[in-house]
Design a protein around this ligand. Structure first.
Ligand SMILES: NC(=O)c1ccc[n+]([C@@H]2O[C@H](COP(=O)([O-])OP(=O)(O)OC[C@H]3O[C@@H](n4cnc5c(N)ncnc54)[C@H](O)[C@@H]3O)[C@@H](O)[C@H]2O)c1
Length: 296
């Protein structure tokens, strides 16, 4: 079966980026949200992003229009019935995801491939909400933010994923203009498996007084050529999200390196989520000139 029609669930930060990427790659793309307002909000973001690409000359006005014409929105599951692949990017909540998959399994044609963009939930746990036939057609497609710009997609297989379906998912990732990598269904896949312990270790290094926020950030930038240090990155990603993912990874592996340090837990309890809340490891009162917080 050739993939022609793509369904996307959720038109938030990731869903809108995935829908834009699929439509830009030439796929007829339909996005499902829970309300018309959220569809309009997501589509406004897509318009803005496409306009930026056009301004920079990365796409022509015709390509911009053709991409828009390939996109449609809905609040109904029924409109997803004939999709060849469905990529789910709804909120990171296992009950919501399982219930969505359960409903779609009944509505979609037997050939539809189900894919999840989850960052931390087990693909296997979501897969079991569907029928045995669908379980073989279930994969993870983990994109990175912002999706239209970031080249990587982790393509995740479970122990039940059909070999051909997996290869098709890899090819689909390439058609989206991404570089697919193969990953097993272990919490965190490849990128977060390596990134999360690194970020948690940076916090422990700060807690132990080995270096200051600014000096640790500067060290990783200038010593290793990373585009930003671990605290600047944590504030970008969101410390609540980092804490949540670390908890899930700790539960999966039961290893200390995934355990969220007490300082991170207290920052989250105190509402210091990073950029989005105005304060994290840095204070963003002047967003162009963040100043380090006094935390230890
Ligand atoms: N934010 C990131 O950097 C990032 C990166 C990779 C993967 N992810 C994963 O992508 C998924 C979405 O994250 P996000 O950051 O885009 O969240 P978001 O909150 O921006 O968007 C989620 C959207 O899903 C909608 N939604 C909820 N239930 C729905 C349903 N049943 N059907 C359709 N839409 C529904 C919500 O209304 C919301 O607009 C999560 O699983 C997350 O772990 C996020």
């Amino acid at each position: 079966m050739e993939i022609k029609k793509v369904g996307v669930l959720g038109c938030g930060l990731m869903g809108s980026g995935i829908a834009q990427t699929a439509a830009s790659a030439g796929f007829e793309t339909i996005v499902r949200e829970v309300s018309d307002d959220l569809i309009n909000k997501g589509f406004a973001g897509i318009e803005k992003s496409l306009a930026k690409f056009a301004e920079k000359g990365a796409i022509t006005a015709e390509q911009q229009k053709a991409t828009r014409d390939r996109l449609s929105g809905t609040t109904s599951f029924d409109d997803m019935a004939d999709c060849d692949i469905i990529i789910e990017a709804i909120i990171e909540n296992i009950e919501q995801k399982r219930s969505t998959y359960e409903q779609l399994d009944r509505i979609c044609k037997p050939e539809t491939i189900f894919a999840s963009n989850t960052s931390s939930i087990s693909i296997t746990e979501m897969m079991t909400a569907t029928s045995p036939q669908r379980q073989q057609r279930f994969v993870g497609l983990h994109f990175f933010n912002p999706v239209p710009l970031m080249k990587l997609v982790e393509v995740v297989r479970t122990i039940l994923t059909d070999e051909q379906i997996y290869e098709q998912a890899i090819e689909f990732g390439k058609k989206l203009g991404k570089v697919p990598v193969r990953a097993g269904d272990r919490t965190g896949f490849i990128v977060n498996r390596l990134l999360v312990p690194y970020m948690l270790d940076a916090i422990r290094t700060l807690e132990e007084g080995v270096g200051s926020i600014v000096d640790i950030d500067t060290s990783m930038k200038l010593g290793l050529g990373y585009p930003m240090g671990p605290f600047t990155l944590g504030d970008f990603v969101g410390l609540d999200t980092t804490y949540y993912i670390a908890e899930i990874m700790f539960n999966e592996f039961r290893e200390k390196r995934f355990a969220p340090p007490p300082l991170l837990k207290r920052m989250v309890m105190a509402g210091l989520y990073g950029r989005k809340s105005g304060r994290g490891f840095y204070d963003y009162a002047d967003p162009k000139n963040p100043t380090p917080m006094k935390l230890v």
